[in-house]
Design a protein around this ligand. Structure first.
Ligand code: RIB
Ligand code: CA
Length: 310
């Protein structure tokens, strides 16, 4: 399997990269960075650091968008720390970022291997929207896309209705959902119900080696923030769950052919992901449907996540 990862690392992005990098049968064809959890300078630097930490130093890391298509950028330092990795110092990267932008690298990779590359999108969808501007045939050139983002039948996490990756660039998300990708959406509907327990976090802490030790240290900051949300020591596993779903679609039950629109105007609802889930749905008939994850086999996922870090 060949995967292009578009991400804004970010602590849970780091776990997703660890999950993929641990699988020798997976080729990571490139990593695109995007603003989101932090500035694109920081997320690009983190992507380089993480690919080295997780044993994939030769994967090209391409710097992506520094701002959304329309609105000004905002970052999530309170969740991920000022350096995006919970304040943990990782070794400085040996390599530097690629000469092409994330959108250019994605387009070139897709053109060079039509129908072979899967895209895992773990941040704002700006790079994908820009890539569609460069290559409108992109939905036919990539095999499928798994997006971590949105909140369809669940509350948002940055506003009452909007999830961070969509809220960070609603216009880009709207372009991507309209484009006709074979797309699976791993939204807060499932990621907020797939939380790492205190016992699981302790198991991770007990694993030896730099990769697990540093990943566990990243999580300390993230768990502190999520403890404020849940009231007990646990955290959501947004991005690694999306990575796991890309590798094994059977890990989730999904509603199929669900058209999604992004609210672009609402005073209180901008960034909301809206599906027409009525039995006689006809509102978004002009829009290609996505696969919306609705239930997860959490036990299998958490066992695999620990295996990846062993
Ligand atoms: O809402 C969760 C998502 O926003 C995750 O991808 C996290 O890393 C942030 O980007
Ligand atoms: Ca992310």
């Amino acid at each position: 399997m060949r995967i292009f990862v578009d991400c804004d690392p970010g602590i849970d992005d780091a776990l997703a990269l660890a999950y993929l990098a641990a699988r020798p049968d997976i080729e990571i064809t490139g990593v695109g960075s995007v603003f989101g959890n932090n500035s694109v300078d920081i997320t690009t630097d983190n992507a380089l650091r993480l690919m080295e930490l997780y044993g994939r130093p030769s994967v090209p890391v391409a710097r992506g968008a520094q701002r959304p298509l329309v609105q000004p950028p905002s970052f999530a330092e309170s969740v991920h720390g000022a350096n995006g990795l919970g304040g943990v110092e990782t070794p400085a990267p040996q390599g530097t970022f690629f000469h092409e932008s994330a959108a250019e690298l994605l387009v070139r990779s897709a053109r060079s291997a039509p129908g072979e590359i899967d895209v895992l999108a773990l941040g704002p969808l700006t790079n994908l929207a820009l890539a569609l501007g460069l290559e409108p045939r992109l939905p036919k050139l990539v095999r499928r896309v798994v997006v971590m983002g949105g909140a369809v039948r669940a509350p948002g996490n940055v506003t009452p209705w909007a999830e961070a990756n969509i809220d960070n660039d609603p216009e880009a998300a709207e372009v991507v959902f309209a484009a006709g990708f074979d797309l699976t959406l791993v939204a807060l509907d499932v990621t907020m119900r797939t939380t790492a327990s205190a016992a699981w976090l302790d198991e991770l802490k007990a694993i030896e080696g730099d990769r697990a030790r540093m990943t566990s240290a990243f999580l300390d900051c993230y768990v502190d923030w999520y403890t404020g949300v849940f009231g007990t020591r646990q955290c959501a596993m947004h991005d690694p769950l999306a990575a796991a779903v890309l590798l094994d679609p059977d890990l989730v039950t999904a509603a199929v052919d669900v058209p999604i629109r992004v609210e672009l105007k609402g005073e209180y609802t901008r960034g909301q992901t809206i599906a027409d889930l009525r039995p006689n749905a006809d509102a978004f008939a002009d829009r290609p449907g996505v696969r919306l994850a609705t239930e997860v086999n959490g036990e299998v996922f958490f066992a695999r996540m620990l295996d990846a870090l062993r």
